[in-house]
Write a protein that binds this ligand. Sequence first.
Ligand code: GDP
Ligand code: IMO
Ligand code: MG
Length: 425
Amino acid sequence: MQSRVVVGCQWGDEGKGKIVDLLADDADLIVRFQGGANAGHTVIIKGEKFILNLLPSGILREGKKCVIASGVVVDPRKLLDEISELKQHGISASGRLFVSGKSHIVFPYHKFMDQYLEKARGKGSLGTTKRGIGPAYTDRVARAGIRMYDILDENYFKDRLNEALKIKRIGIPDADAIEELSVEFNFQFINNIVDSIREYITDTSQLILGSLSNKESVLFEGAQGSLLDIDNGTYPFTTSSSTFLGGLFVGCGIAPFIPDESIGIVKAYTTRVGAGPFPTELSDVTGDKLRENGAEFGAATGRPRRCGWLDFPILHYTSELNGVNALAITKLDVLSGLDRIKVCTGYRYRNTILERFPDNSLILKDCQPIYEEYPGWKESLEKVKEYEELPENARYYLDAIEERLKVKIRYISIGADRSQTIRKY
Ligand code: GDP
Ligand code: IMO
Ligand code: MG
């Protein structure tokens, strides 16, 4: 398979990291194309846990080339910390990690602004990861950002930093007393890392295009979920980047094409971190049980995730949005032990029934889910190796997903470890 993309079909944390790690075995190049350290992708290999915020999950596969493309906003300190953490496990990024010179840098002032704005929003806060993502993308669009290439020229960088902070400080009381808003602090932040990061900075568009034209296998690793997409998600309760398939081409700086495989990652139930509407959310013991069984605590921030049933209007919408032609269903094991499993097949909105996910996300908060029930199963799935070994009711549930979405399930994940995956075809 020459080009594959992995996209999250819900609100993130679907298990993309685990599936990317699996598929990276067959890939030559693994590419992150948007988002930043707001992502937390977990890979567990023989009991050893890795959480990747910026590095593509393919980095765990020896010798694989990995790209952080221009659509990613990069906190360079975080990136270097991740690199050195892997080094302690005997994994080197040197010579096989490539960071776009055009990628924008997340500075301490972006993280400060993220916290400052969240606090100012008060009750209307978005529940961001406070990793500076929104402010960094805002600066990119406002043409006030600083890119990786820019820090390689000290004088130019100083000028850009002065300009950026001059604007940033406007309207902030006591700005002079805030370290993160000082030129010196941010200059030193870069000064401390520039020599370590220099070796990774390059033209990644050319690299990706070169791989594709050499018929190498390229795996694109989506971050966040489609419902967090800045345009197509549940705005304003979204992130600040284009998380869906369309963001890939902008984020890599390459001409659009239809990937051979667009793999939609679907958690067997739904979760969400942060604020915003969530029709199938369970604020009861079943929700607590899903959180407990699924260890639903954020990989990036440790926050408890909100949990609820699977939602088909969402999945119809996001599989269409991403041209999904294969599914990976994750965390099926978490549903073991439930007597009944509900799925949402539509919404009741005022006096009408909606079968489709509403285009106007204002409507979503007043949508009541309409449920269908499926019988549960008691057996643990931990040791299952083949599809046929799954309990009958688990297969019935999976068949229902395939049938409703009209997309084939290719992978079924039944545990967090790399080995706990069933390949259906
Ligand atoms: P991502 O952001 O989409 O990569 O997902 P996260 O890593 O943030 O969250 C997924 C969580 O579920 C992680 O803790 C994974 O280790 C875990 N996980 C992934 N697949 C499975 C699975 O099939 N079963 C169970 N029980 N856990 C899984
Ligand atoms: P992965 O790649 C889940 C959510 C935040 C918040 C909103 C805005 O691990 O699936 P931001 O910091 O981006 O401005 O926060 O988006 N969010 C995620 N939720 N998984 C993620 O990434 C997320 N990245 C951002 O919780 O609600
Ligand atoms: Mg995550």
